[in-house]
Write a protein that binds this ligand. Structure first.
Ligand SMILES: [Zn+2]
Length: 304
């Protein structure tokens, strides 16, 4: 009976159902509960779990440790985190990979593939991709889905009665260590990550249309080179649908601002440097702190 009640509660608190007005209002960021009210995993358990998963993941991949690239991507990401609903510390790293993708691990770990940075045309587009991943973590999609799955497989009912809630969460943590390749969120969770991510990008001062620019870029590249985004596209809703809902959200929920940040010379420098690192060429000396880089003004989009 308890299992049925928990299941009903978990289903009822699905994405976007709780206080829809608050969920859609970027002014409410940080003052609302986007992580769902019911989760069998405490924040602490989630972090411990994520830490182990991130450690295992790092063993499997090649992390780019170049200080200029990693500091820049981390800084852009931490700025998004500051304008998000997440109240936890984030670790953001760059992975050397030809696959255009990024991975969000519960507890505050985000890994961005170098190919994604190379694909992004502007800093605002990179910020959009980071914001989508940060939103998955802020909304606790991983442990919410795991909670639902655990309760649905009612084989675990006895644990609820034996150990109570904390016992239940601890018992289940061991079972949650799914391979990262298997992470696939529901369509509603993906839609929620777009919805929240768009708000985070907007609140950080970026042009929210960058979300659409990145989707369009991916869609054009996929057409000319079918299969390059296979994994990313298979784990996310169709790009056309995502573009439509983002467009609708911009018109309906985001009050137009006088200007938005689109591009910085720092992004372009970092991208050039990243390409040189990956091609094992001489890394450009021009660093972000150089007078040339500091002189260049960011590109803004102003309201007509
Ligand atoms: Zn996603």
């Amino acid at each position: 009976m308890k299992c049925v009640l928990i299941l009903a509660a978990l289903l009822l608190q699905g994405p976007c159902l709780a206080a829809p007005n608050k969920q859609r209002d970027p002014e409410q960021i940080g003052q609302r509960n986007v992580g769902g009210r019911i989760n069998l995993y405490s924040q602490k358990t989630e972090f411990e779990l994520g830490k182990d998963m991130a450690r295992d993941f790092e063993r499997e991949v090649d992390i780019i440790t170049d200080p200029v690239v990693s500091e820049y991507v981390n800084r852009i990401g931490q700025n998004i985190v500051r304008h998000s609903d997440a109240k936890i510390f984030f670790t953001i790293k760059v992975v050397r990979s030809t696959e255009v993708n990024a991975v969000a691990i519960p507890g505050g770990f985000v890994f961005v593939n170098s190919a994604l940075i190379r694909t992004a045309g502007t800093e605002a587009e990179l910020a959009s991709a980071l914001a989508h991943e940060i939103a998955h973590v802020a909304a606790r999609h991983f442990t919410r889905r795991a909670s639902l799955e655990q309760v649905m497989s009612c084989a675990t009912i006895p644990l609820v009665f034996i150990g109570g809630w904390p016992g239940y969460a601890i018992q289940q943590a061991a079972n949650l260590a799914l391979p990262l390749a298997g992470i696939k969120f529901s369509r509603s969770a993906e839609a929620e990550a777009d919805m929240l991510g768009l708000q985070y990008v907007y609140q950080s001062g970026y042009d929210p249309a960058a979300f659409i620019d990145l989707f369009e870029r991916i869609s054009v590249m996929e057409k000319s080179n079918p299969g390059i985004f296979a994994r990313m596209l298979s784990s996310h809703p169709p790009v056309r649908n995502r573009i439509r809902s983002v467009q609708k959200q911009i018109e309906r929920d985001l009050r137009p601002r006088d200007e938005y940040l689109v591009q910085t010379s720092e992004f372009q420098n970092v991208k050039t440097r990243l390409i040189a690192i990956e091609n094992r060429e001489r890394v450009p000396w021009v660093s972000v702190a150089s007078p040339a880089a500091l002189d260049a003004r960011p590109v803004l989009r102003r309201r007509n």
